[in-house]
Ligand binder design. Structure first.
Ligand SMILES: [Zn+2]
Ligand SMILES: [Zn+2]
Length: 222
């Protein structure tokens, strides 16, 4: 529905974080976007194996060709891509290894010129190496489930604590402009979370930074 509303008729690639249903089960809706071309789907190998098992008809020889199969090419992230990233169009894309409970999953960093955007969701721990990759981003979207702690997700406080760590780079320069919380559960209203973010900024003496809950129809300018 979101893609229809926004008039999205083309996709360059699909980047998977992990194979939980809330992140994967829209895959059937990719089919009309693959009539003209094959879309590459990137992710960890174990994630793509899971995709191929759960949606096996996409790649199975036995599937009859009547309405046409989705043309998706699964491309596992290799060690070189983990180190150096990959290019899609003009954008350099870097996988960011993160931890989601007991699962090793991925966030993604997008870089075009000096513009850096990081998307991380379903995260409960971020290693120092991944922190270094995120450090100089301008806009951070980060998963934050609720006020109280959770075994597999950052709470609001944990997500903002991470944002604070990258607020000032080691050279003292401020790259981070905007932080948006995503993957929020239904325990709190949008207004309550906005108030929490504002109070948190005062308490931590953080200025010239937008921190707010993300919302549907939101657009981000880089
Ligand atoms: Zn998940
Ligand atoms: Zn999720």
């Amino acid at each position: 529905m979101q893609a229809l509303r926004e008039g999205i008729t083309e996709l360059d690639a699909v980047l998977l974080t992990h194979p939980h249903a809330d992140h994967l089960h829209g895959i059937d809706d990719l089919r009309p976007l693959t009539y003209e071309k094959t879309i590459p789907v990137y992710g960890y190998k174990w994630v793509l194996t899971e995709v191929a098992n759960r949606f096996d008809y996409i790649w199975a020889k036995r599937t009859q060709q009547g309405g046409g199969l989705p043309h998706l090419e699964i491309i596992p992230i290799d060690k070189k891509t983990l180190r150096k990233g990959m290019s899609i169009g003009n954008i350099n894309i870097m996988p960011i290894p993160i931890v989601h409970g007991k699962l090793a999953i991925l966030g993604w960093k997008f870089k075009e010129g000096e513009k850096r955007f990081v998307y991380i969701t379903d995260v409960s721990r971020i290693s120092f190496i991944s922190f270094l990759k995120v450090m100089r981003c301008n806009v951070l979207v980060i998963g934050a489930l609720r006020m109280s702690p959770h075994a597999t997700h950052f709470s609001f406080g944990e997500a903002l604590h991470f944002a604070k760590k990258i607020y000032r780079s080691p050279e003292g320069k401020k790259y981070l402009r905007e932080v948006y919380l995503t993957h929020i559960c239904h325990n709190h209203s949008h207004k309550e979370i906005e108030n929490f973010c504002t109070a948190w900024m005062h308490k931590n003496n953080i200025k010239r930074l937008t921190i707010s809950p993300a919302y549907d129809t939101m657009r981000i300018e880089l």
